[in-house]
Design a protein around this ligand. Structure first.
Ligand SMILES: Cc1ncc(C[n+]2csc(CCOP(=O)(O)OP(=O)(O)O)c2C)c(N)n1
Length: 295
């Protein structure tokens, strides 16, 4: 609609500006800014024109829009899981930011599928006996979804880079952001230090999976945090969601803590392997996955 009107009004707007506004490539912030300026220039040229109001109501559709869907882990991992999966599988240019507190916070601390093994929460009073869902790996399995796990408190540069790459990627993006929360049961003035421990212990590895890199023959998966330098217990002991089990059932607490440690290391080695593997592993040649015909 906007394009048709602009072409009709070419003699008033000018050929060059019409061409520029209709063919603008808008993959960066700067390019979008320049497109907005073109739109404003057209508005000014048409002041007083009888078709100005009509064009005014639609011309903003020529500026690339940035769409961000923001939600919690309860929404992303559980109650909105089907819808989120549908959106990520759509190949549309949308961005999803999950503020992952690993628990339903708003409704009073119920366990979600993001709640980690051993954490206590409503519906998991005896310590969650199952692992948290790796939503990032699920999304990576689509191949064309930009995925990042970030922690603003532990590594703001990596977080910013991921947000920028997600915004620039012309397809679905999912960012999982570690979000310290009062439901974790520790003094919130320590949130920064505690979030760093989540990363340093391997509880929350930082990574980015950028499908664009595959086009350049590069491995799309980058691990941005270092191999765990502290134990999982060192992180978990500071938070009552984990340590209260020691009061009610110490033997079980020890058992769950040990498993949590083993799982963290196992997951780390999976991420490490993905980061070090050959780029072709993510984009295999068809001939290597289609079985040869029997002669
Ligand atoms: C389909 C549906 N089921 C249940 C609810 C009730 N509800 C409102 S907020 C909430 C918890 C959401 O948790 P999360 O997404 O982790 O956000 P947080 O509270 O941590 O910010 C629930 C279950 C709802 N709004 N919609």
């Amino acid at each position: 609609m906007a394009s048709r009107l602009i072409k009709e009004l070419e003699s008033e707007i000018g050929h060059e500006l019409v061409q520029a506004v209709l063919t603008a490539e808008q993959s960066t912030e700067q390019a979008c800014l320049e497109q907005r300026e073109r739109v404003e220039a057209i508005r000014e040229k048409l002041i007083g024109h009888p078709k100005a109001a009509e064009l005014d109501s639609v011309i903003d559709t020529l500026v690339e829009r940035s769409i961000w869907i923001v939600g919690g882990d309860g929404w992303a991992y559980d109650i909105g899981s089907g819808g989120l999966d549908h959106a990520l599988g759509s190949s549309r240019n949308i961005n999803v930011l999950v503020m992952d507190t690993e628990v339903y916070s708003n409704t009073g601390g119920q366990a979600s599928k993001a709640t980690p093994l051993a954490a206590t929460a409503k519906f998991a009073a005896g310590g969650k006996p199952t692992f948290r869902k790796e939503l990032g790996l699920q999304a990576i399995s689509y191949g064309n979804v930009y995925v990042a796990q970030i922690c603003l408190n532990a590594n703001p540069q990596q977080a910013l880079q991921a947000l920028r790459e997600a915004e620039a990627y012309d397809g679905p993006s999912l960012i999982l952001s570690y979000s310290p929360c009062i439901a974790h049961g520790f003094d919130m003035t320590q949130a920064r230090q505690q979030a760093k421990k989540a990363v340093y212990s391997g509880h929350w590895p930082l990574y980015r999976y950028n499908p664009m890199l595959k086009e350049q023959g590069e491995n799309p998966f980058t691990l941005d945090s270092l191999r765990p330098t502290i134990s999982k217990a060192e992180f978990m002991q500071q938070e009552s969601r984990f340590n209260q089990l020691f009061k009610t059932n110490p033997e079980h607490a020890v058992e769950l803590f040990d498993r949590a440690q083993a799982v963290a290391l196992k997951k780390w080695s999976v991420f490490e392997e993905m980061a070090e593997t050959d780029a072709a592993w993510f984009e295999p040649e068809l001939s290597s996955v289609v079985p040869a015909k029997n002669n």
